[in-house]
Design a protein around this ligand. Structure first.
Ligand SMILES: Nc1ncnc2c1ncn2[C@@H]1O[C@H](COP(=O)(O)OP(=O)(O)O)[C@@H](O)[C@H]1O
Ligand SMILES: [Mg+2]
Length: 177
């Protein structure tokens, strides 16, 4: 997977010598077309996020925040423009490459936490590690450490339904870490 230099906006296509941009979007466009109505959810979004930066995407319900995050993370396809994550151009990756990239490089905390109801907290946290082929014992050790870090050591054997909303959210944070 090639890493390419991303042209800086308005600088004659010359990338900055020390490029610490982790997320770059240019003219990102997303149109939902469900037959009768066409929703232009993203209309040419430009975005630069540098390493270590904390960014909040704010706006009223329905303005396109989830769409933007889904397109930036390669969960959803976009119709126009381009996204680079750590120098990797999303439109050049196939579905499998995007899935691997997400599993190895990205952390997600979903709005509804996306915890699997039949799994205990510790199993929910270790699942992505097992899926990517990590050693089961090491995965369990790391899952418990991640739950400890969010103050949920005692809840490791509880299933999502036995946890409060905030605790479920913290399991989700532990899984993303
Ligand atoms: N799968 C979809 N099909 C059609 N329209 C959608 C779909 N998902 C979102 N939209 C529309 O796109 C717009 C942006 O939605 P969304 O990104 O979920 O907003 P936000 O996260 O800011 O609340 C809304 O008008 C929404 O109705
Ligand atoms: Mg949303």
């Amino acid at each position: 997977m090639a890493v390419e230099a991303v042209p800086e906006n308005g600088s004659n296509g010359v990338a900055a010598p020390k490029d610490d941009r982790i997320v770059v979007a240019r003219k990102l466009t997303k149109i939902y077309d469900s037959g009768e109505i066409e929703v232009r959810a993203l209309r040419g979004v430009n975005l630069d996020v540098r390493k270590g930066e904390m960014v909040a995407v704010m706006g009223p319900s329905g303005c396109g925040k989830t769409t933007l995050l889904n397109c930036l993370s390669g969960i959803d396809e976009f119709n126009g423009g381009e996204v680079w994550i750590a120098g990797h151009r999303l439109s050049k990756m196939n579905d499998n490459e995007k899935t691997d990239f997400r599993a190895l490089k990205m952390g997600f905390i979903f709005q509804n936490y996306n915890l699997l109801p039949v799994l205990k907290s510790v199993e929910n946290v270790e699942l992505p590690l097992l899926v990517r082929g990590d050693d089961p014992k090491e995965s369990r050790r790391r899952a418990i450490a991640a739950l400890e870090a969010v103050g949920l050591h005692e809840e490791a054997n509880k299933k999502p339904a036995e946890l409060s909303g905030g605790q479920q959210q913290r399991v989700s944070i532990a899984r993303a870490s």
